[in-house]
Design a protein around this ligand. Structure first.
Ligand SMILES: [Zn+2]
Length: 355
């Protein structure tokens, strides 16, 4: 069955695989399985297997993992190649081409998989399954240094890989892979675990997208990861949600300090707005004797009471401008009311907006 694959190779005029030096990835993971995900990188099939917490198997590229994560860079950088090869998986097989170096690699691999399945069913020689394992809390090599158990689920690992592989390798764009704040947070955890700056930056940038729909949760997640700028920006909107409505989970995620900061911001804004709206209308010598003065005062008072009802805490008090000026005949009094409103708007603008 392998022979037929080789013939296919020849027919398609695939460039020959270099004989030497022997590739470092000779102790390859078994590939005669249905991988959940096996991205093609410039037509190359992967050489590292990652098995997720939910038991899905990924075939990925050592070179790319080394490039994009400090974790794998250090792991493979510090362990000599001879030791990596000298495992229970047996001696290296330099004659077996590790990769089908063409864009048709996926197709060829598919035929190889089919071939091996058929062979396995004929010979009763199924590829050995990995022994059952407990869930891991950190990436852990298993049968060979090329086969890993990782703590992430398949959804999170797929999203993480989408961020570190070159754009276009996956059909799903970043936005699709990071479809929710929860997933994005978990991918950030993975990016921190594997120490991948590329994934971390991409996932953090993605979090800005959730400020509008989930300001409080975004504030909490950003505070958890100490993304100061993002937390500050999210707090502008999160301030609207009274702390009595925060879920215990969200409160725990943001932590004591971030919770205190946001509650202080809410308090400062509430007190500031109350103070502005409790002011009386400006007065001067003229207003003391003007017959229009009571009308002006009641106009201001009514407007303030109306605005104070259900006032959003992040309000800039522009609502005050919708004052009803009909029936006011004294220009001087009108000026005084205008000055009062203008000053109120300035004061509202001075209130803290974020934390
Ligand atoms: Zn007047």
């Amino acid at each position: 069955m392998f022979q037929s694959t080789k013939d296919l190779n020849d027919d398609l005029l695939v460039p020959p695989v270099p004989e030497s030096p022997a590739p470092a990835y000779t102790a390859l993971p078994h590939r005669d399985v249905d991988f959940f995900l096996a991205p093609l990188l410039n037509g190359q099939i992967g050489d590292i297997e990652l098995e997720t917490a939910d038991g899905k198997r990924f075939l990925v590229h050592k070179k790319l993992l080394e490039q994009e994560t400090v974790f794998f860079h250090i792991y493979y950088g510090f362990i000599p190649v001879w030791r990596l090869s000298n495992t229970s998986a047996g001696p290296p097989h330099p004659n077996i081409p590790a990769q089908a170096p063409s864009a048709l690699g996926g197709l060829l691999n598919l035929s190889k998989i089919i071939a091996s399945h058929i062979r396995a069913s004929i010979e009763g020689d199924a590829p050995p399954h990995l022994p059952p394992k407990d869930p891991v809390t950190a990436p852990t090599p298993t049968t060979t240094p090329y086969t890993w158990m990782v703590p992430e689920t398949s959804t999170i690992l797929a999203a993480f890989l989408t961020l570190i592989y070159p754009r276009g390798t996956f059909a799903t764009p970043h936005e699709g892979a990071l479809g929710s704040l929860d997933i994005t947070g978990r991918v950030i955890r993975a990016a921190l675990g594997y120490q991948s700056a590329k994934a971390l930056n991409a996932a953090r940038d993605r979090m800005y997208h959730f400020i509008e729909s989930q300001p409080l949760e975004t504030y909490a997640t950003a505070s958890f990861f100490k993304f100061t700028d993002l937390a500050r920006l999210a707090s502008k909107s999160a301030v609207r949600i009274p702390s009595s409505q925060w879920s215990a989970e969200t409160r725990q995620l943001m932590g004591k300090h971030a919770a205190a900061r946001l509650e202080n911001l809410q308090r400062a804004r509430q007190e500031g707005l109350d103070q502005i709206l409790s002011k009386t209308c400006h007065a001067d010598q003229h207003s003391a004797s003007c017959t229009q003065r009571p009308h002006i005062e009641s106009t201001w008072r009514e407007r303030v009471q109306e605005v104070a009802k259900d006032l959003p805490i992040d309000s800039d008090l522009l609502e005050l401008l919708e004052v009803d000026l009909r029936g006011i005949q004294c220009g001087d009094c009108l000026m005084l009311l205008g000055t009062t409103i203008r000053e109120s708007l300035y004061e509202a603008r001075e209130l803290p907006v974020c934390c």
